[in-house]
Design a protein around this ligand. Structure first.
Ligand code: FCB
Length: 437
């Protein structure tokens, strides 16, 4: 690979990311059922109805997985805590075994010189809470803050950083408007409620963690570089609506105390009562901001109901997900956010990587090129004044890619889902070498 650790400022942190449901194995250790289990059990939602009962069996193999990151020379590990593992019903009784697991995991990271970067919620809502309306229910902000309190009372003294929620857009829009992830709703009212509640839950969690004196609290959102499919006014308008929903809604709430007009045009009639009064709660001061970036999108108008748009294919090379590879988009997003929202706040790339149809015995050069070109884009953003403090690869190992099951391989470590054997790919070795330079 072309990049070297020495290309980046001193103290810059290189990390790998995973999430609990995607790797741990929710059939183990007394974890409660999640809405991903019920979603996957419903035909048509997930490729081959695959689920996370065993996943990568990280619950039992976590030491080996941490060893792999240490041997690679990483500085940090971005992991998440499963709500249903810690509180099987989402509220009330705590599963001691679940809490012990994260306690051991954090100590294991520290023993290996890996800074623990925690995410509290990476999508596996306890099924018992989904039955109460999940993200549509305004009480979820209190439920999540209670979960945050239970987890941080145990590990909050040792984590390097924490973010309440991974990717609000996926939690709310992808899952309640587009229906592509659990709970699989396609309903504008559900979506409007979830869009707002995901931010009130973020705010209440931050408050709860500040009360416990937890340090280095941030937020993690996902972004795409949005292009209008052509020069027409209609295409520009469609692209602006898409971009507002995806890129500007959540940072609007977090940093500006307002939501973009293009989104309110569609969802305002469906917003929860009193939403205008929640921006003080939502806009809690943050210590850092995390950016997940994978791809760009081309948007054209269509004649359907609001938002009256469609995604159209673009010309760039694509990953196994069918996502176009556009590293310049990462530079654009980083500088655009810094200039318009985050200012002097330290930012981290909290996810970036690609799925590839990897087979053992063939080097994953596509992934090496992807990582190299995105790291070069990150480097350019630093040169343009973005206070970028770290870069996180998605993902350490092949895992459960949600509705696409186990087919899409994002890992730098190959996982054989029959034997659960881990085998570092060529990209793993190449990154390890680059980090030594
Ligand atoms: C992100 C998710 C992560 C993984 C990658 C490919 O949106 O945070 O869990 O699915 O995409």
């Amino acid at each position: 690979m072309k990049f070297s650790r020495s290309d980046f400022p001193p103290g810059f942190r290189f990390a790998a990311a995973t999430s609990s449901y995607q790797i741990e194995g929710h059939g183990f250790g007394g974890a409660g059922r999640t809405h991903w289990d019920t979603f996957a059990a419903t035909p048509g939602n997930v490729v081959r109805a695959e689920h996370g009962m065993t996943a990568c069996d990280h619950y039992h193999r976590w030491e080996e997985d941490l060893d792999l990151m240490q041997a690679m020379g990483l500085d940090a590990y971005r992991f998440s805590t499963s709500w249903a593992r810690v509180m099987p019903e989402g509220r009330g009784p705590v599963n001691a075994e679940g809490l012990d697991f994260y306690d051991r995991l954090v100590d294991g990271m520290l023993d290996r010189g890996l800074a623990p970067m925690a995410t509290l919620y990476h999508w596996e809502l306890p099924a018992a809470l989904a039955d109460l309306g999940g993200w549509r229910n305004p009480d979820i902000s209190h439920w999540l803050a209670d979960f945050a309190t239970v987890v941080m009372e145990r590990i909050g003294d040792r984590v390097f950083s924490v973010a309440p929620i991974n990717e609000p857009w996926c939690v709310a829009w992808l899952s309640h408007f587009l229906g592509l992830q659990a709970p699989g709703l396609r309903d504008i009212s559900a979506a409007a409620h979830a869009m707002h509640h995901v931010l009130t839950a973020h705010g209440r969690c931050v408050q709860a963690m500040r009360a416990l004196n937890v340090k280095n609290i941030g937020a993690v959102c996902n972004f795409e570089h949005v292009h209008a499919a052509d020069d027409s006014l209609e295409a520009q308008r469609a692209a602006a609506t898409y971009e507002a929903t995806y890129n500007r809604f959540f940072v609007g709430g977090l940093f500006r105390g307002s939501y973009p007009d293009e989104v309110m045009e569609g969802i305002e009639p469906y917003m929860p009562k009193g939403w205008q009064d929640d921006f003080d709660l939502i806009g809690q001061p943050l210590d850092w901001f995390g950016i997940n970036y994978y791809t760009c999108k081309r948007i054209a108008p269509d004649s359907g109901a609001w938002p009256s748009l469609q995604e159209v294919p673009g010309p760039l090379p694509k990953t196994q997900m069918g996502w176009e590879i556009e590293p310049d988009g990462l530079e654009y997003i980083l500088t655009w956010l810094q200039q318009n929202y985050t200012g002097a706040l330290p930012v981290y790339i909290t996810e970036n990587g690609m799925a590839n149809a990897d087979t053992l015995g063939r080097p994953d050069t596509e992934r090496m090129d992807y990582l190299d070109s995105h790291l070069a884009a990150a480097r350019r953003a630093i040169d343009r004044g973005v206070p970028l403090a770290g870069y996180t690869f998605w993902s350490l190992m092949d895992n459960y890619e949600w509705s696409l099951g186990y087919e899409k391989r994002f890992g730098m470590v190959h996982v054989d889902f029959e034997t659960l054997e881990r085998t570092p790919k060529a990209s793993y070795h190449a990154v390890a070498e680059a980090l030594r330079r």
